[in-house]
Design a protein around this ligand. Sequence first.
Ligand code: FAD
Length: 467
Amino acid sequence: MSGVVVAGGGPAAHRLAALLVRYGYAGEVTVVGAEPRPAYNRALLGSVLDGTLDAGRLSLPALPAAVRQLTGMRVTAVDRLRRTVRTSDGRELPYGVLVLATGARPRVPRVPGLTTAPGRLAEGVRAVRTAADCRPLSEGPVVVLGGGIRGVESARALRRAGHEVALVHPADRLMDRHLDAAGSAVVAEWLAGRGVTLHLGRRAGEYVPGKVVLDDGQVLAAGTVLLCTGTVAEAALARASGLDVRAGVVVDALLRTGDPHIHAIGDCAEHAGAVGTTVLRAWEQAQALARILTGRGQSYEPGRRVLRPRTPGKDMVVLPPAGPGADTGETVSLLDRARGRHARLVLRGGRIHEGAVVGSPSAVAAVSRLYLRDEPVPADLLALLTGADGEYAGDGALPDEAVVCHCNNVTRKAVKDAWHRGAHDSAALARATRATTGCGSCTSAIRELCTALAGAGDDTTVEGATP
Ligand SMILES: Cc1cc2nc3c(=O)[nH]c(=O)nc-3n(C[C@H](O)[C@H](O)[C@H](O)COP(=O)(O)OP(=O)(O)OC[C@H]3O[C@@H](n4cnc5c(N)ncnc54)[C@H](O)[C@@H]3O)c2cc1C
């Protein structure tokens, strides 16, 4: 057996290699990653950029010694007949199974001045995709292009870090792919209330160093232009190898391309018409493939997932539609604009099919849990949407089995147990439970839990300087 070669050194590759070893894969496992350092958690880069997380905390656990890791090296070509790959330093590596985990790259809008050459961003223009992109921002205002989840998170975080921030979004409402008009309005009012200047329904028309000219002629001062304009699957290698590529590298239920010896996972893969863009999806696929390659699993079935934007002070959850179906179901919604709360749920057969909740931490927790477990909603829907539902009223009342870190499936009980074993700050809890080491959206909940546990009688000091 020539073993598994993984092209790509991100979270998907890392999880796959670790699990192959853990599941007793018999062959050699080689990971070839283009970046100079071993895999790290890309989802936390925003927190490094805004200064709330030390870059050292990005690291993922070291891979077992049995994994051969080649960093700073690209896979440049695949010879499918001979089953070998060529690397940028001229090596030829044989494979029994090749896994493409090449991730994604930022989508750069076609705005004159943003690039100086194809793929080369002009001075002052930044897209955050690698650790190297997190160097300190230039002096002067930040203009964020894109008002999806990433744009909203970045604008809020950079404003909180003391930058003057303007956000430009072509749609007339924020997070328009995830929220309805009322939900978007609540988010817009909250963001504007925190000092972010919004330019909705506007596009950047031109960038010249120091300023962005909008399509209506307005000129915005810009020390930095931050691109939050989405990503494109990195599929050049697959395309050059003659594999089927649409929005991503097309894979079947075995996460296999049209070539039975080549698989694809993570942000580069397109499964059932969808390309992943979350670390949770990447890890889920890595686990499924590790199980398939070691004879433990038959196929990949995407699980339910929730999106938890990192918007401290305005808890949100977005529930992507669970499965297909033309019937939209029964919609229930609540808008409390004065208190910045909004919820909209689509129900089918008494269960949550899709929706979003903004501004109510206890409703966010309750709705997330019901959706992820596909449990029936309670009879009192108003109590659920306002967060007044008994079980979840107030953060302190979260039940022990509630999952606080969805990326790593860590329950409140697991965090409490680790705390009682001596993990008294979020860094120690991260090491003990992995909580906060996925997308990082649970960081403030973990910190609050630390504070609550410390206040419940233990005299140990709780570290506060965490993201
Ligand atoms: C700023 C930011 C915030 C994010 N926030 C969240 C969040 O809150 N929640 C969430 O779930 N997700 C978030 N994500 C997305 C998450 O980081 C990705 O879904 C995840 O990193 C995908 O992992 P991956 O391994 O598939 O791809 P990637 O992380 O893109 O890694 C791919 C790696 O492969 C390397 N590579 C590419 N081509 C080759 C080649 N030919 N040879 C060798 N190596 C190659 C690349 O250099 C890269 O190192 C965020 C991403 C960013 C950038």
